[in-house]
Design a binder for this molecule. Sequence first.
Ligand code: GPU
Length: 836
Amino acid sequence: VEASIPEPQREAWRKYTPKPFTTPEEFGNEAVRHVETTLARSLYNCDETAAYGGTALAFRDRLVLDWNKTQQNQTFADQKRIYYLSLEFLMGRALDNAMLNVGQKETATKGLSNLGFRIEDIISQEHDAALGNGGLGRLAACFLDSMASLNYPAWGYGLRYRYGIFKQEIIDGYQVEVPDYWLDFNPWEFQRHDITVDIQFYGQVNRWQDDEGKQQCSWEGGEIVQAVAFDVPIPGYATSTCNNLRLWGSKAATGEFDFQKFNSGEYESSVADQQRAETISAVLYPNDNLERGKELRLKQQYFWCAASLNDIVRRFKKTGRSWKEFPNQIAIQLNDTHPTLAIPELQRILVDIEGLEWDDAWSIVQKTFGYTNHTVLPEALEKWSVPLMQHLLPRHLQIIYDINLNFLQFVERNFPKDRDLLGRVSIIEESTPKMVRMAYLALIGSHKVNGVAELHSDLIRTTIFKDFVKIYGPDKFTNVTNGITPRRWLHQANPRLSELIASKLDGFGYLKDLTLLHKLEAFVDDKEFRKEFREIKYANKVKLAKLIKDTTGDTVNPASLFDIQVKRMHEYKRQQLNIFGVIHRYLKIKSMSDEEKKKLVPRVSVFGGKAAPGYWMAKTVIHLINQVGKVVNHDKDVGDLLKVIFLEDYNVSKAEIICPASDISEHISTAGTEASGTSNMKFCLNGGLIIGTCDGANIEITREVGEDNIFLFGNLAEDVEDLRHGHLYSHYQLDPDLANVFDTIQSGTFGDAGSFSALVNGIVEHGDYYLVSDDFASYIKTQEVIDEAYKNVEEWTTKMILTVSRMGFFSSDRCIDEYAESIWNVEPLVPKDEAA
Ligand code: GPU
């Protein structure tokens, strides 16, 4: 408060405060001023990059005005806030989103056109902010959009990676990873030079008794790295609320840039220390649904948790409240187990630094945290080795042991007869070396644990956390089915459809209450509406066809059925099932007469997705898809009937072109393995239908859109375990069609058969863990049903329209309201000028 402008001068301040632009002329003024002054470019060297810069800075100014006001309001309102801790925020581009959320895209379109630019060209200059791997990171980004749009006082906390997810190039059919340096020009972040936190690693713990005989603990020595805050404004849609995303960058601590070394001539090694500190936030780990236990990753996790908690605690202490009010003021959500160290860190701050009693501190910790689980796959459940943790975070390891001791004593008191239980639920796994089970720590340290779709939430209660349901009772566990923001995934990605819907629903209100989409059902028989709906889908396919042409050189016919699978490459997601199905289709076409061919619906099979750099099998599938494409796309017998495309470098901005352009998208994971999936929602919201298994959110999508409007196939989650056993104990017969596909691969039709033998053998000889053979026949049959259904244009149109009109449930707004109500207990804070 001391630093503020004195009362008598505030009038002048307000007078000098810039006003947001509202006309194309005012926008043009701002944009040109930024090009000329901020960017120091002129009339004679303003290319599209510079025009993007000027436009982005003009919009940034607008956001900052709202941002300042929102942050002030939230501070004065002094009510409970949400902190969303996520190692990934897959934001994509910011400019288009900013223009739409503040409602000034038309203004900018006209202003730019006055200067001779087309807005699409300007928007596409922006580099994606790709600080995430896949669904988990994109979910965090959708949540930020919803929290701001619903006026929740909420901050995201993450890491400012200098390199986001790698850029994928396909060279000779193989994935090649190229670094993604995205910070050359990033107008959306503000470095807060004054907000820094010193973070400690290594060192040792000292214990002693103080004068009153109380046990004291301190963590000393080791090394210090400095965390620096970088803030990113997060505008809400059609509200002036602008929340904050705080990303931490790492630097050598000021004292650490070792002047002693420097003065004694060891300049190089002091610079090396600097660089070592900076590696902490240098690069995003490119694994999706996989944890590899690397020390640098653990350092990233602690660095980010410690910096964020220090920041949260500092802000809380300024309010002067007592510690027991902490959980009434602060809700912290853990996006998977990556931020679990925040739990022992808060306990350490409260006990070691603030001097609270252990039990009082622990009760505050448990009330503050909520934990979201995003997978049941065993290879993705984080475990950290005890020796590594002992070395890097000696005090935290002690605290984890104490948490575990208290917990196990509690379990023993309540279940004295169940001796095995203690070993099963212990945070420490008694292996060599011993391991810290992060999911158990997250669960024990939180008041609520949620899964991300109904089936998934049921599975965590009955499998990985079964014992804990017995210990804590069922109320600690809940479901919050994922959602997506309709602003980016409909309004921004598919402006024509958004306009068409608005024309039928009296405006864009549905973008804030997506359940209003159900009113579209009334127009399902409206001829004109149906025709426009189809035309929009076709135009979106033309746009994707152009992207395909520009990036692969292949020509595809937009009148074909577009069948799309875009997501991270993973065995459980079963891109291999899809490509085997494509090969089957190819063989069928090859054996057809011209008459039969005439009846067939032409298809374009589009694949896209990155494989983790060390994931050999996933890379093999990419290679196979490309090899199949090479053969099929140039086969004269096939022509337009089948094209196979691998689109390189799938990312958020490509998804915005791809999702509106599908007829069918594939969500075909082995039942029980895909926690939710969120692209399934994006495709349906844009009038694409799904071929999918009974997995994740597909099940709830079916419930909403109706069984007639989705193409389900395959075994159920409850049967998966038995089927796997069956493979191990019997000689099962391969489906003849699949055997035929394998023979074709092994005969060398798609290049060296040896390249693909691991893929085939995994199924034929090594137990077919993901049950590709069990689901193959049913998959093929369902694809044939789709071929037939697609021929009936009228019926297909009805399915598309009904699907869109029934997707209201899958807005991330609904999802955030559920978190706020059932986990965070937080109310929105409506900006003063917008209160009804
Ligand atoms: N998910 Br764990 C990821 O994208 N990465 C991960 O490391 C883990 C989970 C995904 C799930 O696979 C997907 O089913 C879900 O929709 C998404 O998180 C968001 O909950």
